[in-house]
Design a protein around this ligand. Structure first.
Ligand code: FUB
Length: 457
C-alpha cells in the first residue's frame, strides 16, 4: 500500500515537472512593462496597461493605470485589476502641467517592499516620476508627497529601485540615459544628488557598446550588481551590465535576449523564485493575433534564465510560445477565483465593489484553461458562482484539452442581472490525478454570464 502511495505521489510530481505555461502569460488585457516582486510565497506582477483602443502606429501609447497579477506557480496568474492610476497623482492633471492629464502616460512602474510597506514608483510621462505607498501589495496606494519625486527634466521614465545589503536604497531610471539618486530610508525622498551615469550613458560621444535605451532593472545577486535594460532601439532586446558597486562603473555583458523584428519594445523584470530565475518582458503576439497593424498593445511574457559561475547570464531565445515549467500545482478543492488563468480566449475581467474581480464578457466558445490542477482525492461535484442577465448558457468542463474528456455540463440560468450572483453545485464525472482543466462557455451570441469563483468537491 505504502509503495502504491509512493508511486502515486511520484507520478504527481512528474506531471508537475512537465506542466509548461504559455506566452504571453496574460490574455484578458494588454499588459506591458512587467515589474515582478517576490513577497513571501507569492509573485506579485505589476504591469502597465495598454488600452484596447490604443490607435494604430508605433509609439502611440494609450495608458491610464497600473495592474497587479499574482501567482504561486508561475503559470496560473490571478488578476487583481487596477492597483493605481494617473488619478493617484493630483499633479498629473493637465491643468497643472499642460501634459496629457489623467488620460494618458501611465508608463513602466516598479514596486518594492520595505519594513512592511509597499512603495510603487511610477513614471507619469512628460511630468516626472511619482511614488505611492500602501500597507498591502494590492494597495490601496496613496501619494504621500503630492508632487513628483523626480522632476520631468531628467529623461524621467522607467524607474527601478533596489535596496542594498547595508540598507541604502537606490532609484535608477531614464531613456535614453541612465540616471540615479540615493533614497532616504523613508523611500519617498532623495538622499543625494540626481546624477547621470557616465559608464552606461548613451550620449557620451563615445561608441555605445551598451546599447542602453530604457527600462532599467537593478538588482544584486551573489555579490554582483546587475543592470538589465531594454537595449538596441528599435526593435529592443534585453541587454545587461554588471558592476562591483551599485553606482557602477557598469561593464556591458551582452544580451539576455536579442531583439526581434516582431516587436519594437521590451522591458525586463528579473526575479529568483522557488530556486529558479526568471526574466519577464513583453511581445505583441496578442495584438498581431487580432490585426496585422501595429498598435501599442503589448503582452507580458516570461522565460527562465540561468546564471553562469561568474555571474553572467546565459542568452535566451526570443519569447517562445511555450512558457516556463509550472512550479507548484493548483488545489481545486479550495475556492479558486475565476480570474486565475493559465490561458483564456474570449473573456475579460472586471471589478465591482461587492464581488471584487470576476470574469466577464464570456461569449459563446470562449474558454479558460487552468494548468496543473491536482485532484489528490476524487472530485465528484463542481460549485460555481455566476450571474446572468438573460438566457445564460452552459459551462462545459473538459480535462486536459479543449476536446478532452467531458467532466461536467453545467447549465447557467438567468439570475436577472449580470450583478446578481448565485452559487450552484453540479455533479461531475469522477476525476483524480493532475489535469489541465478547461472551462468552455456555450450559448447564444453576446455576453452569456459572469463568473466569480469555483471549486470542486
Ligand atoms: O510602456 C511605455 C514605455 O514603453 C515604457 O515606459 C518603456 O519602457 C517602453 O516599454
Amino acid at each position: 500500500m505504502k509503495k502504491l502511495q509512493h508511486i502515486f505521489s511520484l507520478s504527481l510530481v512528474l506531471a508537475a515537472l512537465v506542466c509548461k505555461g504559455q506566452n504571453p502569460i496574460i490574455q484578458t488585457k494588454f499588459t506591458a512593462d512587467p515589474a515582478p516582486l517576490v513577497y513571501h510565497d507569492t509573485v506579485f506582477l505589476y504591469t502597465s496597461h495598454d488600452e484596447d483602443d490604443a490607435p494604430p502606429g508605433q509609439g502611440k501609447f494609450l495608458m491610464r493605470n497600473w495592474l497587479c497579477y499574482t501567482s504561486t506557480d508561475m503559470v496560473n496568474w490571478t488578476d487583481h485589476g487596477e492597483v493605481a492610476s494617473l488619478k493617484n497623482f493630483k499633479w498629473a492633471d493637465k491643468a497643472i502641467t499642460g501634459w496629457g492629464g489623467f488620460d494618458n502616460g501611465a508608463w513602466a512602474p516598479q514596486v518594492i517592499e520595505r519594513n512592511g510597506k509597499f512603495y510603487m514608483y511610477c513614471p507619469v510621462q512628460g511630468r516626472g516620476i511619482g511614488v505611492l505607498v500602501a500597507d498591502h501589495p494590492y494597495g490601496p496606494f496613496k501619494d504621500p508627497i503630492g508632487s513628483p519625486l523626480i522632476g520631468a527634466k531628467y529623461d524621467s521614465i522607467d524607474p527601478t529601485v533596489f535596496i542594498d545589503d547595508d540598507g541604502q536604497a537606490y532609484l535608477y531610471w531614464g531613456n535614453p540615459n541612465l540616471w540615479y539618486a540615493k533614497l532616504n530610508k523613508d523611500m519617498i525622498s532623495l538622499a543625494g544628488e540626481i546624477t547621470k551615469d557616465s559608464s552606461i550613458a548613451k550620449h557620451t560621444g563615445q561608441p555605445d557598446p551598451f546599447h542602453y535605451q530604457e527600462g532599467p532593472w537593478a538588482y544584486k545577486r551573489n555579490g554582483h550588481y546587475y543592470m538589465a535594460y531594454a537595449s538596441t532601439c528599435c526593435p529592443e532586446g534585453i541587454g545587461y551590465a554588471m558592476s562591483k558597486s551599485p553606482l557602477g562603473p557598469w561593464e556591458y555583458k551582452g544580451y539576455i535576449m536579442k531583439p526581434n523584428k516582431l516587436s519594437t519594445g521590451n522591458h525586463p523584470g528579473i526575479i529568483d523564485y522557488k530556486g529558479k530565475s526568471y526574466v519577464f518582458g513583453f511581445n505583441y503576439r496578442l495584438n498581431f493575433m487580432q490585426t496585422d497593424k501595429h498598435h501599442e498593445r503589448r503582452s507580458v511574457c516570461v522565460a527562465e534564465i540561468t546564471y553562469n559561475a561568474d555571474g553572467t547570464i546565459a542568452e535566451q531565445p526570443w519569447w517562445q510560445e511555450e512558457g516556463v515549467t509550472q512550479s507548484g500545482l493548483l488545489n481545486p478543492f479550495k475556492r479558486n477565483e475565476a480570474e486565475t488563468i493559465a490561458w483564456a480566449k474570449g473573456v475579460k475581467t472586471e471589478r465591482d465593489s461587492l464581488k471584487g474581480m470576476y470574469v466577464a464578457a464570456v461569449g459563446n466558445n470562449a474558454y479558460i484553461k487552468v494548468r496543473g490542477v491536482q485532484f489528490n482525492k476524487t472530485a465528484k461535484s463542481f460549485e460555481v458562482t455566476t450571474a446572468a442577465a438573460s438566457a445564460g448558457g452552459t459551462i462545459k468542463i473538459h480535462a486536459d484539452s479543449l476536446e478532452g474528456k467531458l467532466l461536467g455540463n453545467c447549465p447557467v440560468s438567468s439570475t436577472g442581472s449580470l450583478k446578481k450572483w448565485i452559487t450552484k453545485s453540479y455533479k461531475v464525472q469522477p476525476v483524480k490525478g493532475v489535469h489541465d482543466i478547461y472551462f468552455v462557455f456555450k450559448g447564444a451570441e453576446g455576453q452569456l454570464f459572469n463568473i466569480d469563483w469555483w471549486r470542486f468537491k
